[in-house]
Design a protein around this ligand. Structure first.
Ligand code: ATP
Length: 358
C-alpha cells in the first residue's frame, strides 16, 4: 500500500483562487518525490496541505491508508524544512538540534546520541558549540535540515531548502540531502522550481503548471517521454527546441528542408494534413553535418558559448531560434551557414493545438 495517497486534492483559497486542481499521487514508503514547476504553479500549497498547515478544500489525503485530512501536523508525523531556516540565534548548534527533542521530554542520553549522530551525518560535529551567527549559510542550512531529521518522522517535506545558498553550496547540499535520504529511508517530498535539482534528486518527479499536474514519472520518463510541450520545454537545459509549421503533403518545410513526417508518424500523418504541428528536438540530440536516418536542417550561427566540456550554438533556423549543444572541438564560425541532423528517434512531434505529444 502507498504510504501517502493524494486523491483528487484541490485547494481553493478563501479569496476564491483555485490554486490546485485534482492532484493525484501515491508515494511509496521511502520514495523521494520532487514537485517541480514555475513560480505560482501550486507546489508549496500542495506541500502545505500534506503538512497539515493548509486545509484541503476537496479530495482525500491518506497516510498508510487512513484518512488524514483532519489530522494536525504532529499526528501526521511530518517534519518540514523551509526556504528560510529560522534557527534560534541565542542557542548553540547543539541546542538548536536538541531543542525539539527536549520539548518532547526525550531522555538526555538519547538526545545526546541523536545529536551526535545527526551532526556526523551532516558534517557538523566540529560546530556543535558555535552560535548560528558564526556559521556560513550552508552550515546554517545543514543545522536546519538536522533539526528536522533528528526527529524520527515518517515524512520529510522540504520547500526550496537550497534557494538561499550559492551555486556551489547548492550542488554540495543536493548530494548531502540525497545521502541523508538514503540513510534515513524516510519518505521525502521536495519542492523546487529548479529542474536540475528535480532531475538529480528525485525517484519520481511531479511536473506542475498553473495548479495542474502535467506528468508524474522518473527523471528518465519525463526527459525521454514528455507528455506535452510544457514538460518537454521545462525539463532539460538548455530547453528543447520547437519549430511550428503547417503540414502539407505529409511534410513540413523548414527553410530549404522538406521534412517527411511519415518517417516518424507513419499513416497517422494524414490526420494532421493542413494542421499545425510542432517539431521538437533537444539541443544535445543533434549531430553536425548530414547523417542517415535523420532529419537534416540548416541555419545561421548567431552566437556561440564555450562552456568547457561542451558548447552552445545559438542558431537562426528559417526565422526560428534553436540551440545546439556541440563538442568544444567542433564549434562553428559565427555567421556561418551549417547543417545539422537529428536522428528520427530523437524527434518529438506535438499537436499544434493541444500541445500534447503525438
Ligand atoms: P513559488 O515557487 O513561487 O513558491 P508555488 O508553485 O509554490 O510558487 P504556491 O505558493 O503554491 O506556488 O501558490 C500557488 C498560487 O496560489 C499562486 O498563484 C499564489 O499567488 C496563490 N496563493 C498562495 N497563497 C494564497 C493565499 N493565501 N490566498 C490566495 N492565493 C494564494
Amino acid at each position: 500500500m502507498a504510504y501517502l495517497t493524494l486523491k483528487n486534492i484541490n485547494k481553493i483559497y478563501p479569496n476564491g483562487f483555485h490554486a490546485v486542481h485534482d492532484f493525484n499521487l501515491e508515494a511509496e514508503k521511502g520514495e523521494f518525490i520532487v514537485f517541480v514547476g514555475p513560480s505560482g504553479c501550486g507546489k508549496s500549497t500542495t506541500l502545505r496541505m500534506i503538512a497539515g498547515l493548509e486545509d484541503i478544500s476537496k479530495g482525500e489525503f491518506l497516510i498508510n491508508g487512513e484518512l488524514a485530512n483532519q489530522w494536525g501536523p504532529r499526528e501526521r508525523e511530518v517534519a518540514m524544512v523551509f526556504q528560510s531556516y529560522a534557527l534560534y540565534p541565542n542557542m548553540t548548534v547543539y541546542d538548536n538540534l536538541a531543542f525539539g527533542l527536549s520539548l518532547q521530554g526525550v531522555d538526555e542520553d538519547v538526545i545526546d546520541e541523536r545529536v551526535q549522530k545527526t551532526a556526523r551525518i551532516l558534517g557538523l560535529t566540529d560546530y556543535l558549540d558555535r552560535m548560528p551567527r558564526a556559521l556560513s549559510g550552508g552550515q546554517r542550512q545543514r543545522v536546519a535540515v538536522g533539526r528536522s531529521i533528528i526527529r524520527k518522522v515518517g515524512v520529510f517535506l522540504m520547500d526550496e531548502p537550497l534557494s538561499n545558498l550559492d551555486a556551489k553550496q547548492r550542488v554540495t547540499m543536493r548530494s548531502e540531502i540525497t545521502q541523508i535520504h538514503r540513510e534515513t529511508g524516510a519518505t521525502t517530498i521536495y519542492v523546487t522550481h529548479d529542474q536540475t535539482e528535480a532531475m538529480t534528486m528525485a525517484d519520481r518527479i511531479v511536473v506542475m503548471k498553473d495548479g495542474y499536474v502535467q506528468q508524474i514519472g522518473t527523471p528518465r520518463d519525463v526527459y525521454f517521454n514528455p507528455v506535452n510541450m510544457f514538460v518537454a520545454g521545462f525539463i532539460g537545459e538548455p530547453p528543447m527546441n520547437f519549430i511550428r509549421r503547417r503540414v502539407e503533403n505529409g511534410c513540413i518545410r523548414v527553410g530549404e528542408s522538406q521534412l517527411d513526417l511519415s518517417l516518424k508518424l507513419g499513416e497517422k500523418v494524414n490526420e494532421y494534413e493542413g494542421k499545425d504541428i510542432v517539431f521538437g528536438f533537444r539541443p544535445e540530440a543533434i549531430q553536425l553535418g548530414q547523417q542517415e536516418n535523420a532529419y537534416v536542417l540548416s541555419g545561421t550561427v548567431e552566437l556561440t558559448e564555450m562552456l568547457g566540456d561542451n558548447a552552445n550554438v545559438y542558431m537562426d533556423v528559417d526565422q526560428d531560434k534553436a540551440i545546439l549543444k556541440v563538442s568544444p572541438h567542433e564549434i562553428p564560425q559565427m555567421d556561418s551557414e551549417i547543417s545539422f541532423s537529428i536522428p528520427v528517434d530523437s524527434v518529438y512531434l506535438f499537436d499544434g493545438e493541444t500541445e500534447k505529444v503525438i
